[in-house]
Design a binder for this molecule. Structure first.
Ligand code: 25A
Ligand code: L14
Length: 334
């Protein structure tokens, strides 16, 4: 591939930082790079391949000459600026929820539906973090036994909510240990030593009682898998973990799949690592998955409550496979 002119929008955020790191680590052919963020980041510098680059304030004309732009600055920023970038001939890979369910925008996980990038019109959406790690594991099982229904509960890390949320968890942990009241600014309740069944932290609930995060998992799973018939229900929970989302997943298949067969299929699946040796207490853990690019699966067993069901435990780094790595993999496909 000829080297590309690349921009990162939201470069000073947690995900933006990981995007920079993934471009470096994966030797992405970069001709030149531009870091964009809000007014708040004016004057900051970032280092890319040993060179210091000043962060620029995002504007409508930021994308002249840019070939690929990786966006992670929230839905509002993407809604406003992704069309400007696309108009200037740049391909946008957008990490926000702004464009994911737009029928003109492909929603891509390279291990699952790489072919969908072919019909992009300037914007390609990167799915929700919890959905990405789910579909990477579901796809090979769906191909083998056709999935009819999925019940998923998530245990989501605080880093998904950004840098300030991580700081809030640290401050609260210290406060609680020192017998002080934890202060909540980002989260609606204390996250230290607690679990909160609400993601995101504001405007979460939709008319049907599900949160928007839960509905993202329902809707995006069907779009990525290209199968509207899969029934999905989700409960998404914030837990006091720094990085790495975990998921308890129950699936019902049309054809019976033994746990042994599922283990075999998953051990051959791209991007998946099976860690499933309960006798030796081996199963995926968020603390082990953090910093890694693969999706880890274990606790694979046949559901004793139904004849064609499986239970799984799926873990991945929410900032890498859940965001920055998946985006850079899409850029590699381009
Ligand atoms: O659900 P949505 O709408 O799609 O929203 C997604 C948001 O969730 C985060 C990510 O925040 C994103 O903004 N996120 C986490 N995981 C994600 C995932 N898997 C994910 N999003 C998608 N997929 P983040 O904290 O990781 O990064 C935010 C970055 O966005 C830049 N930004 C924000 N608004 C912008 C903008 N850039 C351009 N124009 C805008 N209007 C933001 O840059 C950051 O790079 P920044 O300059 O605002 O912040 C730089 C530093 O300043 C601190 N800071 C932020 N807000 C304030 C602040 N300091 C003081 N006061 C503030 N109000 C930041 O901590 C940062 O260090
Ligand atoms: O839709 O853990 O990409 O707060 C990214 C951050 C969903 C929630 C998205 C989190 C959001 C997620």
């Amino acid at each position: 591939m000829t080297p590309k002119v690349v921009a990162i929008v939201g470069a000073t955020g947690l995900v933006g930082n990981r995007m920079l790191q993934m471009l470096e680590e994966r030797d992405f052919p970069v001709k030149s790079i531009k870091f964009l963020a809000s007014e708040r980041s004016r004057g900051k510098t970032l280092t890319f391949r040993g060179e210091t680059v000043e962060v620029e304030v995002l504007a409508e004309d930021s994308f002249k000459g840019v070939e690929i732009a990786l966006f992670s600055a929230g839905g509002g920023t993407s809604k406003k600026f992704a069309p400007c970038a696309a108009k200037d001939g740049c391909v946008v890979i957008d990490n926000s929820s702004a464009w994911r369910m737009d029928p003109d925008v492909p929603l891509v996980v390279p291990e699952v539906n790489a072919d969908d990038i072919k019909w992009h019109k300037g914007i390609i959406a990167n799915p929700n973090c919890s959905t990405i790690q789910l579909v990477v594991v579901l796809k090979p099982i769906h191909d083998a036994a056709k999935i009819e229904r999925v019940v998923v509960s998530t245990y989501q890390a605080v880093s998904g909510a950004g840098i300030k949320a991580l700081q809030e968890m640290r401050d609260q942990i210290i406060a609680v240990l020192e017998n002080r009241e934890p202060v909540c600014k980002i989260f609606p309740h204390p996250i230290a030593f607690n679990c909160i069944p609400q993601i995101p932290q504001s405007d979460a609930f939709t008319a049907n009682g599900y949160t928007s995060e839960e509905m993202k998992m329902v809707d995006e799973t069907k779009k990525i898998m290209g199968d509207e018939s899969i029934r999905v229900t989700a409960t998404t929970v914030r837990v006091p973990v720094h990085t790495g989302h975990s998921e308890s997943v129950n699936i019902e298949t049309q054809h019976k799949l033994t746990a042994a067969k599922a283990r075999e299929i998953l051990s051959l699946a791209p991007g998946v690592v099976v860690l499933d040796d309960p006798a030796n207490q081996i199963y995926p853990l968020a603390c082990d998955a953090a910093g890694k690019g693969e999706t880890f699966v274990g606790r694979i067993r046949e559901d004793i409550s139904q004849s064609r069901g499986l239970d799984l435990w799926i873990v991945a780094d929410n900032l890498l496979k859940g965001a920055a790595l998946n985006a850079v993999q899409i850029a590699e496909l381009l």
